[in-house]
Ligand binder design. Structure first.
Ligand SMILES: Nc1ncnc2c1ncn2[C@@H]1O[C@H](COP(=O)(O)OP(=O)(O)OP(=O)(O)O)[C@@H](O)[C@H]1O
Length: 339
């Protein structure tokens, strides 16, 4: 399968801003370290992990929208040459390069759809404008194309929705409208960062269904971020588990869930809304991740790990065990409990 996206040994650092003197310059710290994964055409990959583990900065690096003071400091992000475009190394792009890629080959939806829409324009006008810009449709065709796209996103009474303002739509409808705007340019990859987190469970399931359908029908590749493994399990072929800025386990989602190889993944399974989670108390993973400025040289999870031994204080690389990549000294011997 040809890769739509290839992230190779990505490092993202925060701070390290220039000061006028050496005393004024803040020390940079790595918020994302040595992250690698690939997404094929029509494939979906989930990034999962606790808050602050580096998922969002990884997505933002892919989209070229890192916040001020945060930068890619190593590795590469490669957009593959699919049917619709050439190979592009994203980390080297200038502003014009990004304009050609963003919204055309890459698009994104985030947690709070209302904040990405203009409150004073109807949803339909905002979508029609995207269709005009991205598909170069003449103005007299954009209304019909926009209504068709809104209907394809599962919005009932799409003609009426076209003329509504963002505040007149529910959260689920807004997210569908925003997904319509995101796919208006027929991108190869859609990044969805906690896109269903604020929705109630039933609406969340519907929006996840829509994402699945877009993959199947349009061959759209998906990069989905969630703190909840259950959400990733709904949609993603493969999952990368993040802890303290690193991928600690990566593999086929069903296998990772049934048979975790990293103790952090096992812990994450106990806090995920998987299976009959409504009938059990979701646990909290005891302890906290290491402080960003004080990362241990060995395994970053060791201080919270029930299986840690002295070896875990030494540096640990990502190694391949069967269908899995795991960053754990004990991965080959531990017997962990899946869901
Ligand atoms: N704009 C920023 N300035 C400084 N530090 C940042 C910034 N954005 C993120 N960080 C830091 O980088 C690290 C990774 O954050 P990131 O947002 O990628 O995590 P996350 O896994 O997506 O968490 P969440 O689910 O809370 O968004 C954290 O330590 C965070 O505090």
């Amino acid at each position: 399968m040809s890769a739509v996206l290839r992230v190779d040994n990505l490092h993202v650092s925060v701070g390290g801003g220039s000061g006028t003197s050496s005393a004024g310059a803040a020390a940079a710290r790595e918020a994302v370290r040595d992250v690698s994964f690939t997404i094929g055409r029509g494939e979906s990959v989930g990034l999962v992990g606790e808050s602050g583990s580096g998922k969002t900065l990884t997505c933002r690096a892919v989209l070229g929208v890192l916040p001020p003071g945060v930068a890619v400091t190593g590795g590469g992000i490669h957009l593959g040459g699919g049917s619709s475009g050439a190979d592009v190394e994203l980390t080297g792009l200038d502003r014009r390069g990004w304009d050609a890629v963003r919204g055309n080959r890459l698009a994104a939806v985030f947690q709070d759809p209302a904040s990405y829409l203009n409150p004073s324009l109807t949803v339909g006008r905002q979508l029609a404008e995207q269709l005009r810009l991205k598909r170069r449709l003449p103005r007299n065709q954009t209304r019909a194309a926009a209504v068709e796209l809104l209907a394809a996103m599962g919005l009932r009474r799409a003609t009426a929705v076209y003329d509504q303002y963002p505040h007149e739509l529910s959260g689920g409808m807004l997210q569908r409208a925003l997904i319509a705007i995101a796919v208006a340019g027929e991108p190869e990859l859609l990044v969805a960062d906690e896109a269903t987190t604020a929705l109630d469970a039933a609406v969340q399931a519907e929006v996840l269904d829509l994402l699945r359908q877009l993959r199947e029908e349009r061959g759209l590749a998906l990069l989905l971020v969630s703190h909840d493994l259950a959400v990733v399990a709904e949609v993603c072929d493969r999952v990368a588990v993040f802890y303290a800025g690193e991928i600690v386990e990566q593999g086929p989602t069903a296998d990772v869930i049934a048979n975790p190889r990293h103790p952090y993944t096992e812990a994450l399974l106990r806090v995920a809304s998987l299976g009959d989670w409504r009938r059990r108390d979701l646990e909290v993973i005891p302890g906290r991740p290491p402080e960003p400025g004080a990362m241990p040289v060995g395994c970053r999870f060791a201080a919270r790990c029930a299986h840690a031994t002295d070896t875990c204080a030494t540096p640990v690389a990502l190694s391949t065990v069967d269908d899995r990549q795991v960053r754990c000294h004990r991965a080959a011997t531990l017997e962990l409990v899946g869901a």
